[in-house]
Design a protein around this ligand. Structure first.
Ligand code: ADP
Length: 260
């Protein structure tokens, strides 16, 4: 019986081990699948501008005695595609930086009011071009331990989106508040809004509600993925509320003191 007991134990252990191996392999497969999907998405996004450039260059090569203006127009289109390619690569590099562990944060004590003022100052000219009123309201002075570069990028993406997906003569309100534990940044816009069934997908890499519209206004679909990663690295939280045709609110909550 003892021998049998031993066998039973060994059998159970082996079974448990193989079950946890299966779980592990399952997890690895999921990671591998999502990596493959990411690589295939990246390749697709990078190839699109290249394909357009090839078509444009071929057309130029085939042109005979075309007016100079036409050449110029085609060259301008090529320049736009190069800029787009550049934006995708820049966003991808930012995303890779934000995909690391929290240990990679460069934490220092930062005046958040000043940080937000600077972000809005940089975006003011884009907002003016679209006749959008950009307002910052701060309820108290806030100093927090954060990675300034990463959170600046995160908030910049939100305000940029609020401007991009807005309407002519619209507005963007950014507010800063804090309690004893967290500070809160709210970015509210009078824009086109996000359909309810899209809300859960907006943080996915390359996800865009309206691909052609977003591409037209220069979106890569990576901005919110970058923002979310930066917020999570700070052990913060991000939420979105939206009504189609009325506008969107993003709220970001970040601990005042960095928790390693
Ligand atoms: P993109 O580079 O396309 O702007 P993001 O990751 O920043 O990518 O956003 C993903 C998608 O979420 C956008 O393509 C857009 O459809 C939608 N979106 C983001 N912010 C807003 C907003 N403030 N108002 C309306 N739609 C938005």
């Amino acid at each position: 019986y003892e021998e049998d007991g031993l066998n039973v134990n060994t059998y159970t252990e082996t079974k448990e081990m193989s079950e946890s191996f299966n779980q592990l392999f399952g997890r690895m497969k999921t990671i591998d699948d999502s990596r493959q999907e990411f690589v295939s998405n990246v390749s697709h996004e990078l190839k699109t501008p290249l394909t357009s450039m090839k078509v444009l260059a071929d057309s130029i090569n085939a042109m005979e005695d075309a007016p100079v203006e036409l050449y110029k127009e085609f060259m301008e289109d090529i320049t736009n595609e190069i800029e787009r390619e550049n934006k995708i690569i820049t966003d991808l590099l930012s995303l890779v930086k934000m995909d690391k562990s929290a240990a990679d944060l460069n934490i220092s004590s930062i005046n958040i009011n000043e940080m937000l003022e600077l972000i809005l100052k940089r975006l003011r000219s884009i907002a003016e071009k679209q006749n959008i009123e950009l307002v910052l309201e701060t309820f108290r002075p806030v100093t927090a331990e954060i990675d300034e570069v990463k959170l600046t990028l995160a908030i910049t993406n939100l305000v940029e989106n609020a401007i991009k997906y807005n309407r002519e003569n619209g507005w963007v309100h950014v507010t800063l508040n804090a309690d004893y534990q967290y500070f809160y940044v709210k970015v509210e816009d009078s824009g086109i809004g996000i359909p309810e069934d899209s809300l859960e997908h907006i943080y996915e890499r390359f996800y865009r509600v309206d691909k052609s519209h977003s591409r037209e206004i220069g979106g890569t679909g990576l901005g919110l993925a970058i923002t979310r990663n930066a917020v999570l690295m700070h052990r913060g939280a991000i939420k979105a509320y939206s009504t189609e045709g009325e506008g969107t609110i993003f709220t970001v909550r970040i601990p005042l003191n960095y928790i390693a």
